[in-house]
Write a protein that binds this ligand. Structure first.
Ligand code: COA
Ligand code: AMP
Length: 624
């Protein structure tokens, strides 16, 4: 039996013993005696009798172990032309003070704090400060518009919002404070305070009664100690797109998360404890939570926080420059980032200028790693390039190539095999297992391993109905795919209304709600069509209300503006095409899959349930 099979079988056959063993690799305040128990909702929970503090594990523990002078965090910011390093001691002190500052604003264990910040060290400090207090953070990606922020504030009901005066994108300064003000104005829930970090590039106006200047407040703050929390207490809520306009608040436990982070750093990424790990993502996404902040720090690594882009900051050599400069061992990013690099540096001329001898492996996730991108990165970097599949809901990889256990042969287009702890099955519509090579719903047999969500924030029914009730005993991932004869998993894409634009998860259902809200629109469909750079882009098809007379170009501009204003520029909604009618089944269901196939130029069969087959011709015509 291979090393992978041994480990996989151990976790499958004896999950309690397997995970209790893994739990011993972190420093609990009260070590758990029980691995798994069921909560009042009938959901499995990990290490229910354990007590810990996640910020302690990420910082204080290493200082106590005499590793305080090692570099914990490197901030590299080509957009501001600055770089800064923090040792574990320095980061611990900053976080303890930030926690003290929050405590002064009345934040205590269990309270929520919304963090809307760009990629600066204070964003990580804010997260860790919440963890230190046992407060629950909810980070909102800086590219989201005020409406998205307002929805999250309303759902999480934070005592405090933490923000910065601005974010910086390529060649533009984006003031954040007006966005926060608008979100709070639009939200039914009003936080007591907004803590604002003033950046030199743009000074925000503060509301004297509500807003607090970060720098001033931290001067007065005292260091706050780590507060013990239960393993099952939430560490954070991270909102993610579902099929409706309302995002889902994925809840992450403290204990299971810490154990899974620690395990993954060795088993999956094969990271040495004193190495440098770089997830080129954003703290607003799950990858940023797990592998910019928590995973590398819990493991004792140096983590890189990069405020820049793969290209144009200043050139397509940025990733390789950072890898050389900080002797990065593992680089993790989304395929779209490498497609952007490939487009601007097809021959790898920029790459060849850098010494990548410390770089062992390149990992990718967020969307399927398409074979041409895999081949290009492999051939130019001469490193193993590893696809791994996961979701906000799980917090770490479901399938991958566990390089710390055994590096298996790479198959292009596959995320390799289930990570020990996960049992991946392919089911048909009635929940029966599919044979090898047959596509179906990718489902995870319960119990899910540590770190996976136990509920949706304050909406347990949504957790049950969205993930658990379709196939009893299983969690439904929302992705379709198959397992091949060797047990390799191929993820073929979402089977719901979620799309992936440049590695960003977005809901076409939400876009439809926004577009459909325009007074001229009778009905609409938004589908994700293939894009060579961003993987997918949303494309709208709209039917006008009878008698409406509008300039179509103007209308498209209004719809594009509406989606940009309500979701944000990251939605990349750029086109809406007017049609007489949408293809539907006789029962009135819009045939979105067929529309997408036509738009992608794929072969399609006319569904037998279609109401009016000529509606498909019209879609073909408007697409030219
Ligand atoms: N704050 C504010 N606005 C943001 C933002 C942020 N944090 N991130 C993106 N935006 C804006 C951009 O400025 C842009 O606005 P514009 O339409 O006014 O130009 C829009 O959102 C789209 O941005 P983006 O998707 O980044 O496209 P791009 O063309 O600027 O860059 C890539 C293309 C491929 C380089 C970029 O998408 C990228 O780096 N992708 C990697 C994504 C990633 O790491 N995902 C994490 C999953 S692991
Ligand atoms: P997010 O929750 O933002 O991480 O997005 C999760 C979704 O992204 C998954 O359900 C998949 O649809 C997609 N995804 C993430 N990683 C991969 C991968 N390696 N291969 C294919 N799809 C992926």
């Amino acid at each position: 039996m291979s090393a992978y099979e041994q480990e996989y079988n151990w976790a499958k056959d004896n999950p309690q013993q397997f995970w209790l063993t893994q739990s011993q690799h972190i420093d609990w305040f009260t070590p758990p005696k029980t691995a798994l128990a069921t909560d009042e909702n009938g959901i499995e929970r990990w290490f229910p009798d354990g007590e810990l503090n996640t910020a302690w594990l990420a910082l204080d523990y290493h200082c106590e172990q005499g590793r305080g002078e090692r570099v914990a965090l490197i901030y590299d910011s080509p957009v501001t032309g600055t770089a800064k390093q923090y040792t574990y001691n320095e980061l611990r002190d900053q976080v303890a003070k930030t926690a003290g500052m929050l405590a002064q604003q009345g934040v205590a264990k269990g309270d929520r704090v919304v963090i809307y910040m760009p990629m600066i060290p204070e964003a990580a400090m804010a997260m860790l400060a919440c963890a230190r207090l046992g407060a629950i953070h909810s980070v909102v990606f800086g590219g989201f518009a005020p409406n998205e922020l307002a929805v999250r504030i309303e759902d999480a009901e934070p005592k405090v919002v933490m923000t910065a005066s601005c974010g910086i994108e390529i060649n533009k300064v984006l003031p954040y404070k007006p966005l926060v003000d608008k979100a709070i104005m639009d939200s039914r829930w009003k936080p007591e305070h907004v803590v604002v970090l003033q950046r030199a590039q743009c000074i925000a106006e503060l509301n004297q009664e509500r807003d607090i200047d970060w720098h001033d407040a931290i001067e007065l703050a005292e260091e706050h100690p780590c507060v013990a929390v239960k393993s099952t207490d939430p560490l954070y809520i991270l909102y993610t797109s579902g099929t409706t306009g309302k995002p889902k608040g994925v809840v992450r436990d403290n204990g299971g998360h810490a154990v899974a982070m620690k395990y993954s750093m060795s088993a999956l990424y094969n990271m040495p404890q004193d190495g440098a790990y770089w997830a080129a993502s954003d703290v607003g996404w799950v990858v940023g939570h797990s592998y910019i902040v928590y995973g590398p720090l819990i493991h004792g690594c140096t983590t890189i926080l990069f405020e820049g882009k793969p290209v144009r900051t200043p050139d397509p050599g940025a990733f390789w420059r950072v890898c050389e400069q900080y002797q990065v061992n593992v680089l993790f990013s989304a395929p779209t980032a490498f497609r952007a690099i490939k487009k601007e540096d097809p021959n790898g001329d920029c790459l060849s200028q850098y010494d990548l001898s410390h770089l062992k492996t390149i990992f990718m996730a967020g969307e399927r790693l398409d074979p041409p991108t895999l081949e290009w990165v492999e051939s130019k970097s001469h490193k193993p390039v590893i696809d791994h599949w996961w979701q906000t809901e799980t917090g770490w990889a479901i399938a991958g190539n566990p390089t710390g256990i055994e590096q298996m042969p790479i198959k292009a287009g596959s995320a390799t095999k289930p990570i020990p702890g996960y049992q991946v099955e392919i089911l048909n519509e009635v929940g029966e297992p599919q044979i090898a090579n047959q596509q179906g719903f990718v489902a995870l047999k319960r119990p899910l391993p540590p770190s996976c969500l136990p509920t949706v924030w304050r909406n347990h029914d949504r957790f049950e109905s969205g993930y658990l009730s379709q196939f009893p005993g299983y969690y439904v991932s929302g992705d379709g795919g198959y397992l091949d004869d060797d047990g390799y998993l191929f993820i073929m894409g979402r089977i719901d209304d979620v799309i992936n634009v440049a590695g960003h998860r977005l809901s076409t259902g939400e876009m439809e709600e926004i577009v459909g809200g325009h007074p001229a629109i009778a009905e609409c469909a938004v589908v994700g069509v293939h894009d060579d750079l961003k993987g997918q882009l949303p494309l709208g098809f709209v039917v006008l209300k009878d008698g409406v007379d509008v300039d179509l170009e103007e209308l498209e501009g209004q719809l594009v503006g509406k989606v940009r204003d309500e979701i944000g520029a990251v939605a990349c909604f750029k086109h809406a095409l007017v049609v007489e009618r949408l293809p539907k089944t006789r029962s009135g269901k819009i045939l979105r899959r067929t529309i997408r196939q036509i738009a992608d130029g794929e072969h399609y069969t006319v569904p037998s349930t279609i109401d009016d087959p000529t509606s498909l011709n019209e879609i073909e015509q408007v697409l030219g």
